[in-house]
Design a protein. Sequence first.
Length: 202
Amino acid sequence: MSSTRHRPMITTESATPKPLHREPPQRIASSDDAAVRLRAWREGDREPFADLNADPEVMRYFPATLSRAESDAMVDRIVDHHERYGYGLWALDVDGRFAGFVGLSTATFEAPFTPAVEIGWRLASWAWGRGAASTSARRVLDAAHTEFGIDEVLSFTSVLNAPSIAVMQRIGMTREPAGNFDHPRVPVESALREHVLYRWSA
Ligand SMILES: CC(C)(COP(=O)(O)OP(=O)(O)OC[C@H]1O[C@@H](n2cnc3c(N)ncnc32)[C@H](O)[C@@H]1OP(=O)(O)O)[C@@H](O)C(=O)NCCC(=O)NCCS
């Protein structure tokens, strides 16, 4: 029988927008109906991500806010990182709305502990204060070794960034007492230059 027989048209368009890289394993992502969910980045995340990167409150512990072009370039680097390593900073949905990122990245700047895998987070301020960062970061640490073979994860932030240090402590990371360092990518004259160092081992 001929294969040219008329078949009903199948539309491939789905309600879920196309991911820009591979989705995270289920134990990192959590279930579809979870209030806090990690997933692959999508084109549509660029706009809300640029909004949070332009918010001085979110960027209070960074040297500067980001322009739209700088924010988009960061998304491109995040997607490249996922393609290169198979893991990275995942997009975070809180109650189904893009809220920022939580995940892993490779720190390559000059320091005694680099190169290293770092865990990081950046959320829009509407998503703060409900455990979304620490809930998803815990999932990432729980899966780091079994899913990606990562034995050690570091985290660092300005000594002034109390909310981020609190996340490191909440997820069970340990401070390196002698680990404070001056971040080479923060201007010398900035009060944000001195960083704390936290560590987690599988
Ligand atoms: C760092 C940052 C992610 C912390 O966000 P956060 O919401 O305070 O962190 P958590 O997800 O751990 O939530 C903890 C807060 O939620 C509350 N909470 C509510 N339900 C909770 C739950 N189920 N589990 C844990 N905490 C919960 C906690 O009491 C705490 O509130 P508090 O700060 O008033 O004490 C956020 O401030 C941020 O994005 N900052 C800007 C970017 C930044 O500086 N990134 C780090 C750079 S290295």
